[in-house]
Each structure stands twice: as C-alpha cells, then as structure tokens.
Design a protein around this ligand. Structure first.
Ligand SMILES: [Zn+2]
Length: 257
C-alpha cells in the first residue's frame, strides 16, 4: 500500500485507525459537537459524513444515521456480532454500525471514533462541496459529483456560485444521459445568470440529445449571442440544423473565423 500520501498519525490515532481500537466514551472531540460541515477520514481526508446526518445518541461517541454514499465499507467484526465500518478509501477503522435501534427514521447508527475523523467547515457557505463535486466530475465519478453538488445547493439558497453549481450538476446528469434532469439544472443556472453562455450551450446539447433540435438551436443562438467566438456552439448549432434537415442553414452556420 502506498502510504506516504496519507496524513501522519500519532500513536493514539494509530491505535484506533490502524489497530481497530476504541476511544473512551464521552472523551472524543466530536462527541458533543454539532457545527455545520463535513467529517473527513483523519488518515486520507476522504469525506465520510455530513453534519446533517449527525445526531445525539447519548452513547459517548459521534453518531451518524448515514454516510456519504460510497465512502464507508461495512464488514463483519471479528467478535462475530457487530459490523465494523472503515473508510472505503484507505481502510482506516472508524467504528461500528448498528441497525434496528429505532433511534432515528433511518434506523441506523454509525458509531464513529472522533479520533478517526477530522471536521471541516464548508467555506463560503457551500463552496467546499461545490469544489468537491468538481473533483469527482473531473475523474468521471458523475454520481458522486451529483451528490456533492446537491449538498452544495442545499447549503445555500443564493450566492454567486450557486448557478455554477446547478450548471455543473446538470452537466453531471448529462454525462449520465439523464438529460431531462440536466435541463432542469441548466434552467436554474440560467435563471441565476442570464448571461451564462456555457449553460445555454450545454442546455442546447441536452435538448439535442433528446431530439429537440429547435430548442437546442435557440440555446446555441443564445450562447453565440453572448459570445460571438463560441466555436463549439456554432458547431453544435450546425449539427442540430443538419439533424432537422436544414442543411443549407447548417452550412451557413460556419465558425466565426
Ligand atoms: Zn481514509
């Protein structure tokens, strides 16, 4: 295992994260802690839990009713009874998960050692999650990207980057061929910024993908109107003209230079 990219751990941290120990109850940094943010793996910085999934189980350790999807692995504990949880990215020990206690509607309690995590505040009211979405988008993890963009959108109702977040979530949906969802998000992005040429162009591409080329052409027109040097928008508009049989117009929609 390549370990040099992981955070250096103290002996106390190693005893829990690597040797599957348990910190003393009511002793951990995040047991009685309810700020808004995200909990990362202390060893590898993977995002594990959101603060809105945290609840007070009065058990002495941080309790979460759900993980960020795909970030936590469950496996049988050597005791033959419990289910251990570990970071899906680095395998660091987190704690145990308990089902059926009826403490919350999710009926699930992730009982996590504080020392296995570190807390991060979202900066600029959600920009943190927006950036995380982009990281996942860039490596082709579109479902995860959508998850983070959704968190970012939840975390703020207004803001200069809100439209960007909708736009990028829409683009993630488009990558998964969910074009109706994508169009809804592009609508939101354009609503927040009427001069958003990239969002017009992408909405046009989603309309084209579902065969609505007239709508697509309107969007490409908008994108070109906002940016007369938008090569790709000219190209896509030409393709949509061709798709509806207007080959004259397709040919008359050249690049601007
Ligand atoms: Zn980890």
């Amino acid at each position: 295992m390549e370990t040099s990219r992981y955070n250096a751990l103290s002996a106390e941290e190693r005893s829990v994260i690597e040797s599957k120990g348990t910190e003393r109850p009511f002793s951990g940094e995040y047991d009685d802690f309810y700020e808004e943010g995200v909990y990362l793996c202390r060893r590898c910085n993977a995002e594990l839990y959101r603060s809105d999934a945290k609840f007070d189980a009065h058990c002495g350790w941080p309790a979460f009713e759900q993980e960020i999807p795909g970030t936590v692995t469950r496996l049988p504990d050597p005791d033959g009874v419990r289910t251990e949880i570990e970071c899906a990215n680095c395998g660091g020990h987190l704690g145990h998960v308990f089902i059926g206690e009826r403490l919350t509607a999710a009926d699930t309690r992730h009982c996590v050692n504080s020392i296995s995590m570190k807390f991060a505040r979202p900066t600029a009211g959600g920009q943190y999650y927006c950036d995380k979405g982009w990281e996942h988008f860039n490596v082709g993890q579109y479902e995860k990207a959508i998850g983070f963009y959704s968190i970012a959108i939840e975390h703020t109702k207004t803001g200069p980057w809100e439209g960007q977040c909708y736009h990028r979530r829409g683009w993630s949906y488009a990558k998964l061929n969910q074009h109706q969802q994508a169009i809804q998000d592009y609508d939101q992005a354009i609503g927040s910024d009427l001069e958003y040429d990239l969002a017009y162009s992408h909405r046009g591409q989603s309309y084209a993908a579902i065969g609505e080329h007239q709508q697509a052409i309107q969007d490409f027109d908008q994108a070109i109107g906002l940016d007369p040097e938008y090569d790709l928008a000219y190209s896509h508009r030409g393709q949509s003209y061709a798709a509806i049989g207007e080959h004259q117009r397709a040919r008359a929609s050249p690049m601007p230079r």
